[in-house]
Design a protein around this ligand. Structure first.
Ligand code: C5P
Length: 231
């Protein structure tokens, strides 16, 4: 790719994990480090993009220069920020690991220990932010030209299983590009390297080599650049 091929392109990236409060001291969270989303932000900024990261919990993701960072904790906060900002973006990338469930209520005081039995915690389903953004674009609340990119962190016995899950997810979510990553047992979450496939709405499936999250970010940007409406 040419340097500065993303000059002035507004890219909104969610990264890191969400934290769903249980009580004043506890939360449900996940192992997302935010490294892949932050690597995308750095790579895009280096190619001239105006980048905003909506960041949940991260670990070792660094502090990219020249990138606006909006901190959030919960999936609902992430949803609010993404909905509010998506219409002003040319590209929206959902790299965050969003909790699928949140506690039904946040206890005002620390939840007391019990001697035995199930925990007194009920969960409810969080909104699917990525699918919601695709729906908002369909309704015209987000410009039709906005490129929407998702990630699919999949566990599977073999790579074929991971790719199969990724294909099914791509069909469900309706985004323009989906980055499918094998995760679990030391893969992807928290590591420096990543691999997988890039699925496009045009039907292409590109295998991504096992490489640094930085180089993988460039490959993802290479794939989305031709989708931009540069009129
Ligand atoms: O369904 P799953 O969580 O595997 O899908 C992953 C993709 O969907 C990621 O791009 C993630 O950021 C996004 N996602 C979302 N809202 C959720 C769950 C996942 O936007 N509640």
């Amino acid at each position: 790719a040419l340097p500065f091929d993303l000059d002035g392109v507004r890219i909104l990236i969610s990264a890191g994990g969400t934290r769903e409060a249980l009580d004043p001291v506890r939360y449900l969270g996940n192992h997302s480090s935010g490294k892949q989303g932050f690597a995308l932000a750095r790579a895009a900024a280096a190619r001239g993009a105006e980048v905003t990261i909506v960041a949940g919990s991260t670990s070792g993701a660094g502090d990219p220069a020249g990138v606006q960072i909006v901190p959030i904790a919960s999936a609902r906060e992430l949803s609010d920020e993404m909905s509010a900002r998506a219409a002003a973006a040319d590209v929206v990338i959902m790299a965050a690991a969003v909790a699928d469930f949140r506690p039904l209520a946040v206890a005002e005081a620390k939840i007391k220990k019990r001697d035995a039995g199930p925990a007194p915690i009920e969960l409810e389903t969080n909104p699917d932010i990525l699918a919601g953004l695709v729906q908002a674009r369909k309704r015209g609340e987000i410009p039709a030209s906005t490129v929407i990119v998702g990630f699919a962190a999949e566990t599977g016995d073999d790579n074929g299983g991971v790719l199969e899950h990724g294909r099914a997810k791509f069909a469900r979510k309706g985004c323009d590009l989906l980055v499918v990553n094998p995760v679990g047992s030391g893969k992807a979450f928290g590591t420096e390297d990543n691999t997988g496939w890039l699925l496009s709405a045009a039907g292409t499936e590109t295998a991504l080599p096992l490489t640094s999250k930085t180089l993988l970010a460039s490959r993802i940007l290479d794939a989305l650049a031709p989708l931009l409406d540069r009129g």
